[in-house]
Design a protein around this ligand. Structure first.
Ligand code: C5P
Ligand code: MG
Length: 145
């Protein structure tokens, strides 16, 4: 499951949180974890809770994500590992601006992209470093075609 997809689906569902979610996405900011954690938990329950392994795309993205997840899900789940697809900003910019032609995403534009890169460097990289020190990260070179 994808955290971003779950947030976009919640926004488009007519949820009372829709405007709030959209404003965070448009600004490249991380949506408060109470919202995201609840969506992931519900998606896990829908998929079937027992004896499952889940792959979650785009999570955790911030300290707030880690804290809120551990509070609610810490004793219900076990983190097997983290897959980190690494690519340079030029490659990602090319890909995302190409995707913008068909994605319809409010954040696939150069202004939001700069904010998303800044968010990544400030909040995401330290988390990847922490998980790396714990031996939990599999890093993949995502620059190739
Ligand atoms: O992963 P994706 O590119 O779909 O994420 C798009 C946006 O969704 C992020 O920039 C952020 O605004 C929001 N998001 C979030 N928390 C997550 C994942 C995505 O707030 N864990
Ligand atoms: Mg995604």
């Amino acid at each position: 499951m994808s955290a971003g997809d779950l947030l976009r689906a919640e926004r488009d569902s007519g949820s009372p949180n829709g405007d709030l979610i959209n404003s965070y996405i448009a600004e490249g900011k991380i949506v408060p974890i109470e919202i995201t954690c609840n969506l992931i938990k519900k998606a896990m329950e829908r998929a079937g809770w027992d004896k499952r392994t889940y792959l979650i795309d785009g999570f955790p993205r911030s300290d707030d994500n880690c804290r809120g997840w551990n509070e609610v899900m810490g004793d219900k789940t076990e983190l097997a590992g983290v897959v980190y697809f690494e690519a340079d900003e030029a490659t990602m910019t090319d890909r995302i601006l190409a995707r913008a032609a068909t994605s319809g995403r409010v954040d696939d534009n150069i202004e939001t992209l700069k904010k998303r890169f800044a968010q990544f460097n400030k909040e995401q990289l330290p988390i990847i470093m922490k998980f790396t020190q714990e031996g939990k990260v599999i890093k993949i070179n995502a620059c190739q075609t």
